[in-house]
Ligand binder design. Sequence first.
Ligand SMILES: *[C@@H]1O[C@H](CO)[C@@H](O)[C@H](O)[C@H]1NC(C)=O
Ligand SMILES: *[C@@H]1O[C@H](CO)[C@@H](O)[C@H](O)[C@H]1NC(C)=O
Ligand SMILES: *[C@@H]1O[C@H](CO)[C@@H](O)[C@H](O)[C@H]1NC(C)=O
Ligand SMILES: *[C@@H]1O[C@H](CO)[C@@H](O)[C@H](O)[C@H]1NC(C)=O
Ligand SMILES: *[C@@H]1O[C@H](CO)[C@@H](O)[C@H](O)[C@H]1NC(C)=O
Ligand SMILES: *[C@@H]1O[C@H](CO)[C@@H](O)[C@H](O)[C@H]1NC(C)=O
Length: 460
Amino acid sequence: AWPKYPSIKKFSSLPNTSHPACGSWHIGDQLEVLIQMHDYHCRPKNYGGDVLLASLHNRALGAGAAGKVVDHLNGTYSAVFTLLWNGSAKIEVTLVHSSEAVEVLSRQTSEHPDRIYFKSLFWSGSKTLFANCNVCLRPSKAPLCNYTDIHTGEPWFCYKPKNVSCDARINHSKAGFIKNLRPNEGNLFSPLIHSGVMYFLCVFFFFIDELNSTMNSGRWRPSGFYYKGVWRSLGGTEVREFNPKQMTQCLKGKQVHMYGDSTIRQWFEYLNEVLPNIKQFGLHTSKQTGPLMALDYTNNIMVMFRCHGPPIRFSNVPIGGLRYIANELERVIGGPDTVIVLGIWSHFSTFPMEVYIRRLMSIRIAVVKLLARAPQTLVIVRTANLKALTLYETLTNSDWYSMQRDKALRAVFKGTGVRLVDAWEMTLAHNLPHNLHPDRPIIKNMINVLLSYVCPAKGR
Ligand SMILES: *[C@@H]1O[C@H](CO)[C@@H](O)[C@H](O)[C@H]1NC(C)=O
Ligand SMILES: *[C@@H]1O[C@H](CO)[C@@H](O)[C@H](O)[C@H]1NC(C)=O
Ligand SMILES: *[C@@H]1O[C@H](CO)[C@@H](O)[C@H](O)[C@H]1NC(C)=O
Ligand SMILES: *[C@@H]1O[C@H](CO)[C@@H](O)[C@H](O)[C@H]1NC(C)=O
Ligand SMILES: *[C@@H]1O[C@H](CO)[C@@H](O)[C@H](O)[C@H]1NC(C)=O
Ligand SMILES: *[C@@H]1O[C@H](CO)[C@@H](O)[C@H](O)[C@H]1NC(C)=O
């Protein structure tokens, strides 16, 4: 049987007949994919909460863009994409965690916010002693040393070692991790889920033959996309490419202060490696904590890095090296030649959101003050990124934890005039595997974004 041609619609002229090029996709169009989740028995799920990531890729074009996932709370999800290049695209939807796994992760934080624990070394006469330390310690009769920062109010405590002064604290270290899983819960984080077997790989081809510049403004769109391996922004500051010579030219006469975790240190290391004339200064400090400093005398460039204050999962940080970013910013003079780069997220994953928000708010206050006294200072914030997830990484640093912190970070700095480097989308949109420390091609693009803020294209 074939559907009957409507009798009133007599063929009169060509324009009424079906045409293949109409109804095809155009650049700027929005593509929505409906996803129905199923359980291990292939029964459709009827509640939401799964953590899904969605992205579009075209390897041959070196193109990629993040998609947005909307949870309909009934077992179905929409992945929304903006079409940004002329060609085909592969849609990739990844299940990061099931909603059942999220339940376990959520309980880890509410019941075991101290599952990563820290220690400090204290002098006791001529010997040394260790004590347990954390943002909050479980109530006990033992006396505490209160190291709450007097300027920012950031809490930090150690159990007081017997007969030792709280001032005798020498070192801070990550002490360990307690896995608090109930029987079978580990299976929820089976590596199978992370190795691609559970991926939904849908391949759609479409031809984009015409540029639609109206790019519907009310709809969601990504912050940028890769094309020929190069990140371009959508709206905001145009991203330029910088070779080493242009990088030096851009940074001439500038001081770049970088504060944060190892994902910011990676930028310091990249600049230190790529800028032709720069030399790292030997300060005999640990690579993890810094301070690290690199100088280009000829071009008057200074780049420095310092890690953020506790909680920080490094080992043997001397107490004098524990500095809160907000306090450091109070000592920055600022001005048109000062660039502040901040990146702080991954060491906060195991704590309740309040701990992270409190930290960001203290940094926000310091940033707002800095911009009030030196409005020409450029402040750039790097967001969280996606990472490879082993069981340990999942329980201590899952993308689900990062996702929430990423949202908080964007909300806190909204309207302050700081510029964002969208590390989240830049890692999601790239075809390289997710990694806490993104691979070099991604870092190169991030540095392009950073330098485009410092040295915007002429005439903009
Ligand atoms: C799930 O919710 C969406 C959005 O409300 C709706 O469009 C869809 O029909 C629902 N699906 C099912 C299976 O109930
Ligand atoms: C720790 O010290 C801070 C200020 O120095 C104070 O506000 C707070 O109440 C103290 N906390 C405890 C548990 O003693
Ligand atoms: C405590 O320290 C003081 C002075 O360092 C010392 O005289 C005393 O014997 C110590 N007490 C104990 C119980 O270790
Ligand atoms: C899109 O690609 C097709 C086929 O490669 C080409 O013919 C067309 O000119 C391209 N359109 C634009 C706007 O680049
Ligand atoms: C461009 O997009 C707008 C909004 O989606 C649509 O109304 C318009 O017809 C499109 N133009 C072309 C040439 O496809
Ligand atoms: C800090 O701790 C490490 C070992 O845990 C030790 O080697 C180092 O000497 C300590 N620093 C000081 C100042 O004691």
